[in-house]
Ligand binder design. Structure first.
Ligand SMILES: C[S@@+](CC[C@H](N)C(=O)[O-])C[C@H]1O[C@@H](n2cnc3c(N)ncnc32)[C@H](O)[C@@H]1O
Length: 458
């Protein structure tokens, strides 16, 4: 709406001349560009009430400026949007530009893991759970490590657990990207072919345009391949400059990312694809490292573990907040999606399937029953490790069509997984503090709303 100079307004017009942000937030706070959903506004209001002005500058998610002071979030996000290869579609470009403050910052954009959290929302939820620097947040199903990366930049210690070794590997590489020496990555980019061939020899490659099938049975379990010890470092033909474990992990993540693209598209040769992705990875870490140096941001310790959320390797009452997003019933087959990557790491996919929540069971009915009992075990573990009086936040949607079929009911009558979890959680000393809905776009035939469920540990 066009802005009208205040002097010209009648008394009546004053009622609608102010934006919703001006009406609901203190005048000296300016929200981030692209804040346009109700749940975001609610989270912004909570941040404005919980944090001091100085904290809003340092760690808020939804504010761009406090008076004249730009927030750290603005400084971390602004600048050139994520660099994409020249041939990327206009749709992809505009996605990254509009999402610059929501998802496209720090190392979050590395590797397109399905079901990733929105980092900006994660930051706000960490604030709203009342977490302070020096405390520890846990993500018991960390996926690509969004919670750990956000916490690390906010000065909050973090522990992540995921049953998939690929998630541990990916999270580690993305965390290390925040401080990785840049010269070896620049060198690797100049010597792209050698690096590509090194990984191709060690980890195999995908056939362009040929979607990899999930491994089902025959391949025997192998010891994990990326043993980046001194012994293995001398094998193969990776340039000497790239031989630290962290550099190799980062390069391998770029290689696996490029293999995923090559699997889906024949537009570029796998080598060209790898070059484009490595260039983007370098751009991402150059950008975040420059901002971290400018803001003098110190990373808090983060500990990504391979483990099972149903049997957390943690002591009772040892964490100060929990934030996670479980598999949405069995909407995504993570093992099928990540089969090349898991195989590259030498993971035993058959054994993994036995522990992967949402994938256990041989028919949809049994899968749903096992999903419920597994989530109950995970909630009981969350209750055990969380300090009393603190919060556990779960972000979850419901695959209405799929569950409707199993329960023999219409998708519109499916009980939400959010409701199921809230009711289960009461058996483990939790009560519901707040539930927020957010609209999911793009997959409306599967899921329309996702819920942010904030539980308080009694
Ligand atoms: C929706 S994803 C989480 C995505 C994550 N929030 C992110 O930002 O990338 C759910 C994760 O749960 C993990 N998972 C499934 N079963 C698990 C189990 N038994 N223990 C721990 N993690 C498990 C999956 O591997 C998957 O990465």
């Amino acid at each position: 709406m066009e802005e009208i100079p205040q002097g010209h307004l009648s008394g009546h017009a004053e009622h609608f001349s102010k934006s919703i942000y001006e009406l609901l937030l203190p005048g000296h706070l300016q929200v981030t560009p692209g804040l346009n959903e109700v749940y975001e506004l609610e989270l912004a209001i909570c941040e404005s009430k919980i944090l001091t002005d100085d904290e809003i500058v340092r760690r808020s998610a939804y504010f761009a400026q406090v008076g004249e002071r730009p927030t750290y979030h603005t400084q971390i996000c602004r600048g050139e949007a994520l660099q994409l290869p020249r041939y990327s579609s206009a749709r992809l470009r505009s996605f990254f530009e509009t999402k610059q403050f929501k998802t496209g910052y720090a190392t979050h954009g590395l590797f397109p893991y399905r079901g990733k959290f929105h980092p900006q929302m994660v930051k706000a939820l960490i604030n709203i759970m009342g977490m302070k620097p020096g405390e520890t947040v846990l993500d018991p199903m960390m996926g690509s490590g969004t919670v750990l990366i956000e916490a690390c930049l906010m000065g909050i210690k973090s522990i992540g657990v995921d049953v998939s070794p690929f998630c541990q590997f990916m999270t580690m590489a993305k965390l290390e990207g925040l401080t990785l020496p840049l010269d070896p990555i620049r060198f690797a980019l100049k010597n792209c072919r050698t690096v590509f061939e090194h990984f191709q020899q060690r980890h195999g490659h995908t056939q362009p345009g040929n979607k990899i099938q999930a491994m089902t049975s025959t391949r025997p379990y192998q010891k994990p391949v990326p043993d980046y010890s001194a012994r293995s470092a001398s094998e193969g033909n990776l340039p000497e400059a790239c031989e630290s474990d962290a550099v190799k992990r980062f390069l391998l993540l770029a290689y696996l990312d490029s293999a995923g693209y090559s699997e889906r598209s024949t537009r570029n040769s796998p080598l060209e694809q790898f070059r484009a992705i490595l260039q983007r990875y370098l751009f991402v870490i150059e950008k975040i490292q420059a901002v971290m140096a400018h803001l003098n941001l110190k990373q808090a310790p983060a500990n990504p573990l391979e483990g099972d959320a149903r049997f957390l390797p943690l002591r009772d009452s040892s964490v100060d907040g929990i934030l996670f997003s479980p598999p949405y019933s069995f909407a995504i087959d993570y093992l099928k999606n990540d089969s090349f990557h898991l195989r590259s790491l030498g993971a035993d996919i058959i054994a993994l399937r036995k522990n992967m929540i949402g994938l256990r069971g041989s028919n949809p009915h049994q899968k749903f029953e096992l999903y419920k009992s597994d989530m109950e075990m995970a909630l009981s573990e969350c209750s055990r490790v969380l300090r009393p009086g603190r919060f556990c936040t779960i972000v979850v949607g419901t695959n209405d069509n799929q569950i409707g079929k199993i329960l023999g009911t219409s998708p519109s009558r499916v009980p939400g997984i959010d409701e199921m979890l809230v009711s289960m959680s009461t058996r483990y000393q939790f009560h519901l503090a707040r539930r927020l809905g957010r609209q999911v776009t793009g997959i409306a035939n599967t899921m329309r709303t996702e819920y942010i469920v904030i539980l308080e540990r009694e």
